[in-house]
Design a binder for this molecule. Structure first.
Ligand SMILES: [Zn+2]
Length: 91
Protein backbone atom coordinates (compact mmCIF):
# COMPACT_ATOMS: atom_id res chain seq x y z
CA UNK A 1 0.00 0.00 0.00
CA UNK A 2 1.41 3.36 -0.99
CA UNK A 3 0.44 6.08 1.40
CA UNK A 4 0.50 9.64 0.14
CA UNK A 5 3.82 9.41 -1.69
CA UNK A 6 2.76 12.46 -3.63
CA UNK A 7 3.09 14.46 -0.44
CA UNK A 8 6.82 13.83 -0.22
CA UNK A 9 7.65 17.21 -1.67
CA UNK A 10 5.52 18.94 0.87
CA UNK A 11 6.68 19.75 4.34
CA UNK A 12 4.75 18.47 7.27
CA UNK A 13 3.17 20.98 9.60
CA UNK A 14 5.84 20.27 12.19
CA UNK A 15 8.62 20.84 9.69
CA UNK A 16 7.02 23.99 8.42
CA UNK A 17 6.45 25.42 11.86
CA UNK A 18 9.96 24.46 12.84
CA UNK A 19 11.31 26.44 9.90
CA UNK A 20 8.97 29.37 10.44
CA UNK A 21 11.40 31.69 12.24
CA UNK A 22 13.94 31.31 9.43
CA UNK A 23 11.29 31.64 6.76
CA UNK A 24 10.06 34.78 8.42
CA UNK A 25 13.48 36.33 8.32
CA UNK A 26 14.39 35.26 4.81
CA UNK A 27 11.08 35.76 3.06
CA UNK A 28 8.89 38.78 3.31
CA UNK A 29 5.85 37.11 1.79
CA UNK A 30 5.27 33.81 3.49
CA UNK A 31 1.72 33.56 2.27
CA UNK A 32 3.04 32.27 -1.05
CA UNK A 33 4.78 29.36 0.61
CA UNK A 34 4.13 25.95 -0.89
CA UNK A 35 2.92 24.44 2.37
CA UNK A 36 0.37 27.16 2.99
CA UNK A 37 -1.35 26.48 -0.31
CA UNK A 38 -2.45 23.12 0.98
CA UNK A 39 -2.65 23.76 4.69
CA UNK A 40 -5.23 26.15 6.02
CA UNK A 41 -4.08 25.42 9.53
CA UNK A 42 -0.58 26.76 8.97
CA UNK A 43 -1.88 29.56 6.78
CA UNK A 44 -3.93 30.74 9.75
CA UNK A 45 -0.90 30.36 12.01
CA UNK A 46 1.20 32.48 9.67
CA UNK A 47 -1.47 35.16 9.55
CA UNK A 48 -1.46 35.25 13.34
CA UNK A 49 2.31 35.34 13.45
CA UNK A 50 2.49 38.13 10.92
CA UNK A 51 0.01 40.12 12.92
CA UNK A 52 1.82 39.51 16.19
CA UNK A 53 5.20 40.17 14.60
CA UNK A 54 3.99 43.44 13.15
CA UNK A 55 2.64 44.45 16.54
CA UNK A 56 5.86 43.37 18.22
CA UNK A 57 7.89 45.41 15.77
CA UNK A 58 5.88 48.44 16.68
CA UNK A 59 6.45 47.85 20.35
CA UNK A 60 10.05 46.71 20.28
CA UNK A 61 12.60 48.02 17.83
CA UNK A 62 14.16 44.64 17.23
CA UNK A 63 15.50 43.74 13.83
CA UNK A 64 16.79 40.39 14.85
CA UNK A 65 14.31 38.52 17.01
CA UNK A 66 16.04 35.95 19.13
CA UNK A 67 14.81 32.36 19.25
CA UNK A 68 13.46 33.12 22.70
CA UNK A 69 11.24 35.81 21.23
CA UNK A 70 9.87 33.42 18.65
CA UNK A 71 9.37 30.88 21.33
CA UNK A 72 7.29 33.36 23.28
CA UNK A 73 5.24 34.19 20.22
CA UNK A 74 4.54 30.56 19.53
CA UNK A 75 3.68 29.92 23.15
CA UNK A 76 1.34 32.89 23.07
CA UNK A 77 -0.44 31.49 20.06
CA UNK A 78 -0.77 28.04 21.57
CA UNK A 79 -2.19 29.49 24.72
CA UNK A 80 -4.33 31.97 22.90
CA UNK A 81 -7.60 32.44 24.66
CA UNK A 82 -10.27 35.04 24.85
CA UNK A 83 -9.67 38.02 27.05
CA UNK A 84 -11.18 37.52 30.47
CA UNK A 85 -14.11 39.79 31.15
CA UNK A 86 -13.00 43.17 32.41
CA UNK A 87 -13.22 43.40 36.18
CA UNK A 88 -15.95 45.61 37.51
CA UNK A 89 -14.96 49.23 37.75
CA UNK A 90 -13.15 49.98 40.97
CA UNK A 91 -13.58 53.08 43.00
ZN1 LIG B 1 0.52 22.76 7.93
Amino acid sequence: MIVMRAMDKTMTCAEFQDALPELFESQSDLTGHEHLKSCENCAALVRDLEYIASQARLLLPIHDPSPAVWNNIQQAIRHEKPEPPAPAARK
